[in-house]
Write a protein that binds this ligand. Structure first.
Ligand code: ACO
Length: 442
């Protein structure tokens, strides 16, 4: 998959001098600039030249790789995929067009789009033996647990696309991942309901097919509502990629050892599951249910502000967006269009969410910390209106994010500077000491 739509990082004529106050030694480190965003200090030789490592838990100030896929300006609320603003993509593209863009770096021409859509469609079925794999799970298993297991197991079913040194096999694995995720997700849902698996239908669009596999049964036809299908497609676009977040960094780190793509994506799904990341949409709904009614909002806000209480308002705040989340704006509109279409005039949880949003946005605690609603604040409400249970929310996120993970994984494999990921640490455990026989331990 070619990555040809922008230049490589450039070394600027500036550098950063590090002076060791103990030895007096001076070392210079180059500054690299990309096409957008803050310049970076190239510290690859830091340890060799100074004997020091850097310390940056949570990678607050660390760039882990060079990437041409997604750019975020958190202060201005900008999200670009291959240079295109998310607002324009959400308005004008369908999800598969965004997939093509993320994978290949350019928007497809008509013939490329037709060919790509067809190729993805031809990979939507799962190996029939996988149905047995599902049957090994308890019916009440969390669908994210099923996703981790089934996606990891794909490497046992598709040996012919696990050679990461072969670009053709990488491409086949990438198409398989994008195409099969809705089927895997739909079947996880069906399994939890005790309903038969619904096979993909190749005459349907990607999002229509996904809805069909979740909601159709062999007993009656499932009529696809175009407004709902459009909303689902938009939700998938809004979650498609988000540069080096926790799950994407997990995929890259797992892949840096040469692990096969199915195993890497399974690692990404596990990371996404956490409530501080993709699990937030499920956590938002659980929180709204717990709050129950508007009279209780003040108590929850008080808890969130208490430094001794770990409680946080779910769906608020973002590591990168410190102004607004551009995806949340689009998601808010989509949320209202879905509720209108479904004629849901009174949705108590939405009313509660809007009131919580209003109060939090005026509160000094949230304003001063630049905590705004993120994309997950609204997506849960849409999913609930569609009749999708909360345990499936993060699964839908995983279906969308798969293309981002796979694009980033491909980019990493093709990067000549790629090395196995191996962070260092600041060790604060016991210094070396001698083993004491058990009878002599005090
Ligand atoms: N509710 C209340 N207080 C919060 C919240 C919140 N949701 N988020 C951050 N804060 C507070 C912190 O307590 C901290 O306060 P302090 O300075 O008094 O100690 C301050 O804001 C900064 O918080 P950090 O944890 O340093 O911010 P960070 O950038 O590391 O965290 C995160 C970002 C994890 C998203 C956080 O805001 C959070 O936990 N939000 C709730 C979970 C959520 O919605 N996650 C979805 C992320 S978006 C996505 O994955 C698609």
């Amino acid at each position: 998959m070619s990555q040809k739509n922008s230049a490589a990082a450039k070394e600027s004529n500036k550098n950063v001098k590090v002076i060791d106050n103990v030895s007096g030694k001076e070392s210079n480190f180059p500054i690299l600039t990309g096409t957008e965003g803050a310049p970076v200090i190239d510290i690859r030789k830091l340890y060799a030249e100074t004997g020091y490592f850097t310390y940056d838990p949570g990678f607050i100030a660390t760039g882990s790789c060079e990437s041409k896929i997604t750019y975020i300006d958190g202060d201005k609320g900008i999200l670009l995929h291959r240079g295109y603003p998310i607002e324009q993509l959400a308005e004008n593209s369908d999800f598969l067009e965004v997939c093509y863009l993320l994978l290949y770096g350019e928007l497809p021409k008509q013939n490329q789009k037709t060919e790509f859509d067809r190729a993805i469609t031809l990979h939507t079925m799962l190996h029939e033996q996988i149905t047995n794999f599902y049957r090994g799970f308890r019916r009440d298993a969390h669908p994210m647990a099923i996703m981790c297991g089934v996606v990891g197991a794909l490497s046992a079913f598709y040996h012919d696309s696990t050679d990461i040194a072969d670009p053709h096999q990488r491409m086949v694995a990438s198409y398989r991942m994008v195409a099969k995720m809705p089927t895997i997700a739909g079947w996880a849902y069906k399994y939890s309901l005790g309903q038969p698996f619904v096979y993909p239908r190749n005459d349907l669009e990607f999002s229509e097919n996904f809805l069909h596999m979740m909601f159709a049964t062999p007993c009656e036809e499932y009529k696809i509502n175009p407004v709902i299908a459009k909303a689902m497609d938009r939700i998938l676009i809004l979650h498609a990629d988000h540069e080096q977040n926790a799950s994407t960094s997990t995929v890259r780190l797992a892949g840096s050892s040469g692990a096969n793509p199915f195993a890497c994506i399974s690692a990404g799904i596990a990371s996404l599951w956490g409530p501080a990341h993709g699990g937030a949409n499920e956590a938002v709904l659980n929180m709204l249910n717990e709050i129950g009614n508007k009279d209780n909002i003040a108590d929850f806000i008080k808890k969130a502000k208490d430094p001794n209480d770990p409680f946080r308002i779910m769906g608020f705040g973002h590591r990168v967006y410190k102004n607004f989340d551009p995806r949340a704006k689009i998601m808010r509109e989509t949320c209202h269009s879905v509720l209108d279409e479904l004629d849901i005039r009174e949705e108590p949880l939405l009313d509660l969410a809007m009131e919580l949003e209003r109060i939090a946005l005026e509160d000094e605690y949230f304003v001063s910390r630049k905590l705004y609603p993120n994309v997950d604040f609204y997506s849960g409400i849409i999913f609930q209106a569609l009749g999708i249970p909360t345990t499936m929310f993060t699964v839908l996120f995983a279906v969308a994010r798969t293309v981002g993970w796979i694009a980033q994984w491909n980019e990493m494999i093709e990067d000549p500077n790629q090395k196995i990921g191996r962070p260092r640490q600041l060790y604060t455990g016991s210094a070396q000491r001698d083993h004491v026989p058990i009878s002599e331990r005090g």
